[in-house]
Design a protein around this ligand. Structure first.
Ligand SMILES: Nc1ncnc2c1ncn2[C@@H]1O[C@H](COP(=O)(O)OP(=O)(O)O)[C@@H](O)[C@H]1O
Ligand SMILES: [Mg+2]
Length: 234
């Protein structure tokens, strides 16, 4: 579905991604793992058209999207839930959700999509008139995911879902991602939390210093000695 081929990316003089290649098959959950500063967000910002690559190609369903603008990429159905949720704290939960539905396509199905989000996260409906800034971290993450779903994604990219959340809550959110996948939405899960991510992902890539260091089926990677030592402390 999505293919990155030999991506190189720099901020000014400093190169942060090196010949990075990866593939996301339709209908799967693919984890992009790695420590802080490994290059995960830089990679997905390249996919979303926010970062411009120096060389390499990015394609979606065979169409070259390397030079497309961010809003055109969203229109294709590649939607990012950014690191740190990026909600508008002084707007209500529902207003934040509706912001996800700005494309023509998503506006048409706004009511049905809102219903779907509220069915998935009932707490958001209960609190729809409350300010986003007054919600707990977990509820804010639900709202950020919900806003992404309001854009009718084909590929939903979630950056640091687990950041600052209790493990039990992370587990619940990850389970929700599995049900989103079952609705036919492909997911790219960007995480430092290796263990919990591998438990729900089909396939995973591990970035180290802007390069793919390890890749494979999530089940097999959970047993990879290097990965265990470097990321799981066992
Ligand atoms: N806008 C930017 N300008 C300059 N350097 C950046 C910028 N964004 C990220 N970096 C650097 O690029 C490297 C990769 O960062 P990032 O992609 O955010 O990693 P991750 O998401 O894995 O934590 C880091 O060394 C970081 O400091
Ligand atoms: Mg990041």
């Amino acid at each position: 579905m999505l293919k990155l081929e030999n991506i190189n990316l720099s901020y000014g003089e400093i190169q942060v991604l090196w010949d990075l290649s990866l593939e996301i098959p339709e209908g799967k959950i693919v984890a992009l793992l790695g420590a802080n500063a490994a290059g995960k967000s830089s990679t997905i910002n390249a996919i979303s058209g926010i970062n411009k690559t120096k060389s390499g190609a990015i394609s979606f369903h065979g169409k070259d999207i390397t030079k497309m603008a961010p809003h055109e990429i969203v229109d294709l159905g590649i939607v990012q839930v950014p690191e740190g949720r990026k909600l508008f704290n002084f707007m209500t939960i529902e207003e934040n959700l509706l912001l996800g539905a700005y494309s023509k396509r998503a506006r048409k199905n706004l009511k049905a999509n809102l219903r779907r989000v509220y069915d998935m996260f009932p707490i958001l409906e209960e609190r729809k008139s409350q300010l986003a800034g007054d919600m707990s971290g977990g509820q804010q993450q639900m709202c950020a995911i919900g806003r992404g779903l309001m854009s009718e994604p084909k590929l939903l990219i979630i950056d640091e879902l687990s950041l600052g959340l209790a493990p039990i809550l992370v587990q619940e959110l990850l389970r929700t991602l599995s049900s989103i996948k079952n609705e036919g939405i492909t997911i790219m899960l960007v995480e430092q939390n290796v263990k919990q991510s591998l438990a729900i992902a089909d396939f995973a890539y591990v970035l180290e210093n802007g390069r793919v260091a390890i890749e494979g089926e999530a089940k097999e990677l959970a047993e990879d000695p290097h990965l265990k030592k470097a990321y799981l402390g066992i």
